[in-house]
Design a protein around this ligand. Sequence first.
Ligand code: ASP
Ligand code: MG
Length: 463
Amino acid sequence: MKFGGTSVEDAKAFRSVAEIVRSAVALRPVVVVSAIGGFTNVLLASVQKAIAGDARAATKSLDNDLGRHLTVARELLNGDSRVAFETTLAEARREIRQLHKIIAAHPVTHPPLQDEIVAYGEQLSSQLLALVLRENGAAARYVDACRCVKTDDNYGSAAPLPETANATRATLVPLLESAKVPVMGGFIGSTEKGVTTTLGRGGSDYSAAIIGAALDAREIQIWTDVTGVLTADPRIVPSAKTIPVLSYQEAAELAYFGAKILHPKTIQPAIDCRVPVRVCNSHSPSEEGTLIVAESEATAQTIKAIAHKSGITTVQVTSARMLGAYGFLRALFEVFDLHRTAVDVVTTSEVSVSLSIDDASALPELVPDLEQLGAVEVEENRAIISIVGEGLRTTPGIASRVFSVISHINVSMISVGASSVNLTFMVDEAAAADAIRRLHFVCFERQDMAEAGVEMLAEEALA
Ligand code: ASP
Ligand code: MG
């Protein structure tokens, strides 16, 4: 059970987590927790202050968030455990103070020291959560994540090493066998020499997947502040619903669109061991959330989600040189490579190629290089819409259903079949919300309405 920063942002949130964990004790959970909401950013910023030479300001900038831990402890802990945590907190501040001083004096040494400082976020939240759980009657035990997650020394985005699996089992299995609930920080690990490392931003999900895979868990639960993965962005479609089951592949396609979903790299360890991942809402724990599994069934309507991303720029390169020639695409991609610009969607015809980019900051330098290859046309303020669902490639009639709903909207760069689970196209940013609402209505709402005998209303709503 992994709890993100928003699930432990204050005393109320800690209390809900304690409740959720307590009701799952019979399933022998391992708890992995992020730093309290926002603290990682503050810790990282403090390192910058130290690098700039002001160690005192660096440490002082943490006091507000250290105080938040104290507030939780004062509200939820009694007697000895409260005193113990206050001591832990004071020690942490002292140690961080020393590290800030070292960085201020020798800024070049900072990568390992930065990880050591940032790791306090997860170390403190996990120690606090373990105490809160014990106060609530669960047999929780704090476990130093560095004993389980062994990594290389690529500070700031360290990669876990194979021995992690054994170290994790050796540390956690005896606790689980004696009915204890291990509680550990996500995001952090240590090198073979025992130096603290971090796995990269958002790394607690990754930790949860690594630990779940090592233990061959029945399920990895990612507890966050939304109920699973939704059929569309709820800011555009307020009636968006939770998707009950997704395949790993569908989830990976959706991840690009920044749907509040897991980064594909994050769940790779779960995929490798075929451990299902469930995305749950700690603010609404009784809802089922979304279960992500190796293979999900195609549903009756095939389409499971409509994802989108605005602020996209498309670039079209047209050249007669492309006709029947080889090496053109390589030359084209080399330009993007040179300017370190990631390309997302690509469509080609015999004499032109259209590409979409998310980050257009290199365009002023990119375009002249592309012009060496052909005529270049740039369109800004575009949006990618992607329809995701297992079986899309093999189900007849999907494209006609999708495009007939939005026949009044100009669509370009249609891409289908590159993966078996998605159909992607580009529209003008200004038309995206309308397109998404119509598609959502037809894919997910009309059926329900028709079943409820309100077909007429449904047609009206669409009109
Ligand atoms: N606390 C870390 C971060 O904010 C890790 C995580 O929350 O997953 O990146
Ligand atoms: Mg997070």
